[in-house]
Design a protein around this ligand. Structure first.
Ligand SMILES: [Zn+2]
Ligand SMILES: [Zn+2]
Length: 315
């Protein structure tokens, strides 16, 4: 029978659509051939070192620093300059590399660059929200397939992020604990949805996974922003991400995925209530009008089965 499930932290609802149920292996696909490197703007010239990680301004930025105010303000609608930061972090000079296949020290170096850029963007007084994300593979929204990560610092904090902060604060006020810490304790004990765990992080399929392979990676130490991660934790973070993406590759072919770091925005003092995390979504299947109309997601894979499937795959 179909089942509604709710994410305790975000309050998002999903229907586990058992009448349309699919086995996790139904989403396995043949690995895509490597993308051609011809005309790739991120391929380096001569002299690049194998473990180079390059930070570039985005050539076609979503937001820009010093965006001018709009001249024609509409009387009713609200408009603000598109102020912000948009950077590209080129993970490797190797066009065919991926996070899963980088040598471990290179992945750790990359995670260090993420932290450095994240901290610096957060310190920018024009930036209220910093989003670090990766689009991997055709179908993920990536316009360039050379492995890269992006960072956007936005001067606007949208309502769904505010809502998320409010929900976390509400839980903290009533339960006296961080909702994410509670979820983490439960998942570590329950193990039914656990995919990967190490000294400082855990990765699990969400109880209310919004799509077939929806994984959260949470730091075990309560910290509100990614910028607070220490060196030892960063080692663990790079390692768990590599193992997780290798499992995804092994289980599903080189399926496209997105990951997003969710961190507390600067203007909110909810450091006890909010806990940063990385959300990974494998891009299999898509939304429908029902989701658009209701805000309720439908997921055709039972999250416990998705977790077992990823757990059984080679890391
Ligand atoms: Zn390239
Ligand atoms: Zn916490």
């Amino acid at each position: 029978m179909p089942e509604f499930r709710q994410n305790l932290a975000t309050k998002d609802w999903v229907v586990i659509a058992t009448e349309r149920r699919q086995r996790p292996d139904a989403f396995k696909r043949a690995p895509t051939p490597p993308a051609p490197a011809k005309d790739c703007p991120f391929c380096p010239g001569q002299g690049a070192k194998a473990d180079d990680v390059k930070v570039l301004p985005n050539k076609f930025p979503v937001l820009v620093s010093g965006a001018p105010a709009q001249k024609d303000r509409h009387a009713l609608y609200r408009s603000l300059p598109g102020e912000g930061v948009h950077e590209v972090i080129v993970d490797s000079p190797d066009h065919g590399a991926s996070l899963a296949t980088l040598p471990a020290p290179h992945a750790r170096k990359l995670a260090g660059v993420w932290r450095e850029r994240f901290r610096e963007t957060l310190a920018n007084e024009k930036v209220a929200l910093t989003v670090l994300f990766k689009n991997h593979g055709t179908g993920s929204g990536a316009s360039i397939l050379h492995p890269h990560t992006q960072l956007v610092g936005s001067s606007v904090v949208p309502s769904h992020i505010r809502h998320r902060m409010d929900e976390a604060s509400r839980y903290y006020d009533s339960a006296g604990a961080c909702v994410f810490c509670r979820m983490l304790e439960t998942e570590l004990k329950d193990k039914a949805r656990m995919v990967e765990e190490n000294d400082h992080f855990a990765a699990f399929c969400l109880y209310a996974s919004l799509s077939p392979f929806h994984v959260w990676v949470l730091p075990k130490r309560h910290t509100a922003t990614f910028g607070e991660v220490n060196d030892k934790e960063l080692d663990s973070f790079a390692s768990i991400l590599q193992r997780l993406t290798r499992r995804v590759n092994a289980a599903l072919g080189d399926a496209p995925y997105n990951f997003v770091l969710q961190s507390t925005p600067l203007d909110r003092g909810t450091t006890e209530a909010f806990h940063w995390y990385l959300s990974l979504v494998v891009r299999v299947g898509g939304g429908s009008g029902f989701e658009m109309g209701s805000g309720i997601y439908t997921n055709v894979v039972v999250p416990e089965e998705a977790a077992a499937f990823l757990q059984a795959a080679q890391a």
